[in-house]
Each structure stands twice: as C-alpha cells, then as structure tokens.
Design a protein around this ligand. Structure first.
Ligand SMILES: *[C@@H]1O[C@H](CO)[C@@H](O)[C@H](O)[C@H]1NC(C)=O
Ligand SMILES: *[C@@H]1O[C@H](CO)[C@@H](O)[C@H](O)[C@H]1NC(C)=O
Ligand SMILES: *[C@@H]1O[C@H](CO)[C@@H](O)[C@H](O)[C@H]1NC(C)=O
Length: 240
C-alpha cells in the first residue's frame, strides 16, 4: 500500500513539476480565462492591499518608461548610422578623455589600502625635525629590510605561506597614491632615506619596518615590500 502511495506521489510530482502562481488573469477572445505571467499587473505580494490599489498608477509609469526608452533607442540608432568610429572620435576630442590620455578600462582602479597607525604621526614630526638638520648633497639611501636585521624564525613573519616565501616572483604596479597617505615628506626618496636612518637607530621598531614597506609599495617593489611587512609583523608579535 505504502509503495503504491509513493508511486502515485512521484507521478503527481512529475505532472506538477512546474508550479506557478498567477495574480493576473485575462479573458481570451474565445472566452477562456487564462493566466498572464509577464504582466505589469502581476503581483509579487498578492496579499498587499496597498500594492494592489497602486497597480493602475504603476502600470502607467511602466508604460511611460517604456516609451522613453524606445525614443532613446531610436535616437542612438540614428546617430550610430551617421557616425562611424564614434568611440575613437570621442576619445580624441572630448576634453576629459584627452586629459586622461587612455580609456577608463585601461586604468588600474584598484585602490591602495593603508592603515595609518597613530605612531606615524610621531615619526612624521621627528622626520621633519631630522630633515631640517640634513645635508642634502648626499645620495639618499633606501630602507633595505633584509640588510637591516636578521630575525629568528617566527610564525608571524608568514614565511610558511608560499606567496610570502616566493615573493621574488610577485609583480605589482606602483602605489603612487599611498605617498600622501603615509607621510607629509614631499620627496619620496627623502622619505626612504629618513626611514633608513631611523632604522639604523632602532632596528627592532615594527612601525619603521612597516613604513619601509610603504616606501617599497609606492615604488612598486612587491618583494621588498613583503620583506619589510613580514619583519614588521614578526617584530610586532614580539613587542612587550
Ligand atoms: C637588499 O639587499 C640585498 C642584499 O644586499 C639585495 O640582494 C637586495 O636586492 C636588496 N633589496 C633591495 C630592494 O634593494
Ligand atoms: C618563482 O620563480 C622561480 C625562478 O624564476 C621559479 O623557479 C619558481 O618555481 C617560481 N615560484 C612560483 C611559486 O611560481
Ligand atoms: C624601538 O622601537 C620600538 C617599537 O616602536 C620601541 O618600543 C622601542 O622603545 C624603540 N627603541 C629605542 C631604543 O628607541
């Protein structure tokens, strides 16, 4: 008996596999009452009285919108017929396109991210003070994190991650936009030199390693940036 019942049930399921509810019915010319699914009067929330009362208004709005779109499409078609190479012409003549020099799709729209830790501010002031006493005839040094300090193995350096371990293989575009987010020093080479000088005085400052990483990110050197970030992270985990 149970087997029979379930067989019937499966048959019913097969028959009514597609089940749809309709809230819009029309009387056809032969007098048949039929559902109308792709209808502006179709209600998603049939229990919503207010929606039902607004139906007429919405239908008019939809119709108006449709007419507007038809007019726009006709206009576009007409212009396309006349103009060939419309895109090229706009790029060559539009003031903004000329200023941009390349299409929007060729721009790297990836936004840099930076977490400005409060100690940056303190270093900002110290940097300015130090820079005032400097002899500018020197060749600016670069904060090379692998030369500054050798650290014991630390899980927090993330060397066990292949993207960190094989950092020499990584490429990146220079994150020029980071410059003014991380320092008020206008000359980025001078900024690098200041980070270098300060690192000579304190080789265990996680914040200075972090600042060095930003220097390399601004220059688009992924491997050097990861080297600095990884040391910064290892030092941060050791701080007391
Ligand atoms: C840092 O120094 C090491 C060892 O001298 C060198 O191999 C590496 O290329 C330097 N890194 C940068 C980013 O200049
Ligand atoms: C990184 O580059 C080196 C040399 O070009 C290559 O031997 C190695 O397999 C690369 N690593 C990865 C993870 O692609
Ligand atoms: C070095 O930097 C760390 C972290 O910013 C700080 O805790 C420490 O006091 C600094 N050491 C010296 C000698 O300035």
């Amino acid at each position: 008996m149970a087997v029979n019942m379930s067989r019937w049930f499966i048959c019913l399921l097969l028959i009514f596999k597609e089940c749809r509810a309709s809230t819009h019915w029309v009387v056809t010319e032969e007098g048949k009452i039929q559902t109308q699914l792709d209808s502006t009067f179709s209600l998603k929330r049939p229990y919503d009285l207010l929606a039902l009362m607004e139906q007429e208004k919405r239908a008019i709005e939809v119709e108006e919108l449709k007419q507007k779109l038809i007019i726009q499409k006709e206009e576009i078609d007409r212009r396309e017929d006349k103009e060939t190479n419309l895109e090229g012409k706009i790029y060559a003549t539009d003031e903004d396109c000329v200023a941009a020099e390349k299409p929007l799709t060729d721009f790297d729209l990836y936004a840099s991210t930076v977490v400005p830790f409060p100690p940056y501010k303190k270093f900002g002031d110290e940097f300015t003070e130090y820079a005032e006493t400097m002899d500018f005839d020197i060749i600016f040094k670069k904060p090379n994190c692998s030369e500054i300090v050798d650290l014991d193995f630390s899980m927090h350096a993330f060397e066990h991650l292949s993207s960190v371990r094989d950092r020499q293989n990584l490429t990146m575009t220079a994150e020029i936009g980071l410059h003014h987010a991380v320092t008020t020093v206008e000359n980025i080479q001078l900024y690098g030199h200041l980070v270098y000088e300060f690192l000579q005085k304190n080789k265990t400052s996680w914040i200075l390693f972090d600042m060095a990483a930003y220097y390399w990110r601004i220059h688009g050197d992924a491997a050097a940036a990861i080297e600095c970030h990884s040391k910064s992270s290892a030092l941060f985990s050791k701080r007391i």
